[in-house]
Design a protein around this ligand. Sequence first.
Ligand code: ATP
Ligand code: MG
Length: 316
Amino acid sequence: MGMQSNLPNIPTTTSNTSEVKQAVTKATTDVASEMQPEKTVVDKLPPKPDYPRYRVRPEHPIILAALDPNECEGYEKKKHVEEELEYQRQRIQNLQERLYAEHQRSLLIVLQAMDTGGKDGTIKHVFGGLNPQGCQVWSFKKPSEDESSHDFLWRYHQRAPQRGMISIFNRSHYEDVLVVRVKELVPKEVWQERYHLINEFEHMLTLNNIRVIKFFLHISKDEQKRRLESRLEDPTKHWKFSSNDIKERKYWDDYQTAFEDAINNCSTAYAPWYVVPANKKWYRNLVVARTIADTLESMNPQFPPAEVGLESIVID
Ligand code: ATP
Ligand code: MG
């Protein structure tokens, strides 16, 4: 697929609404094909081109309980994936440089998980080698008074990436249909509408040259127990322990349902959700890294053309 550096090409001054609609549909479809990299990216081995993708297809709703958080594609140990992880990180670094130089499009990566699900670890291990100049991480906590006096998307929209940038949302606008729903912070009529509003929001970002990709790091309840225990046992992990996580754990099933609905309602062709088996941290890192590398490669960012006449310049 060829690169379209100025996606989307939507007529702005036309009275013909069907033409506008057609352009929007085409732009959306073009992006949707980029967001399914297996259609365009022919990755070099290893490990194999048909590795599992874990993308949630809009027409195939998932049941979280049916997806195995221990899945690891036949790998057994961290050391078996180390080389490939490094290779994927390298791909991301090279493509990030191009995306930054191109200065046309950007990538928004959403990370969501249950507590201890590994958002922080993923950020550290997958994005550790990125050029800090082209990458920003935003962590969203309970909204401030100022933030909650605006519409629910306001604070997220402000953090959407500028052209050329990769932004990582550590928690995101999805909290507004997760914790907000589970803890009944707003009435059902309010959160229920938000799936649609989130899809519209992400569609708007997409049409503004921001690619949106979303990862749910899927761990089991047992694994959460182990991770919480190890935070209690290891003094160097005490700072990570929050007794609030114990309170939230009681709502495990409600959170799983809320995640399932969020993922099923909001995995669109243009802004897909991936459910990543995440009990094994090394496998989780590998899946996230290669999914991002493939998506960036599918976007195919290009260095901008050089100034004319460079070849005749002599530096004295
Ligand atoms: P860590 O993984 O290091 O614990 P964290 O993201 O869990 O980081 P915390 O300060 O422990 O950070 O928790 C942030 C809290 O903010 C979470 O409990 C989350 O549910 C809550 N939060 C995030 N967004 C919203 C929102 N829109 N409305 C209400 N609560 C929110
Ligand atoms: Mg926490």
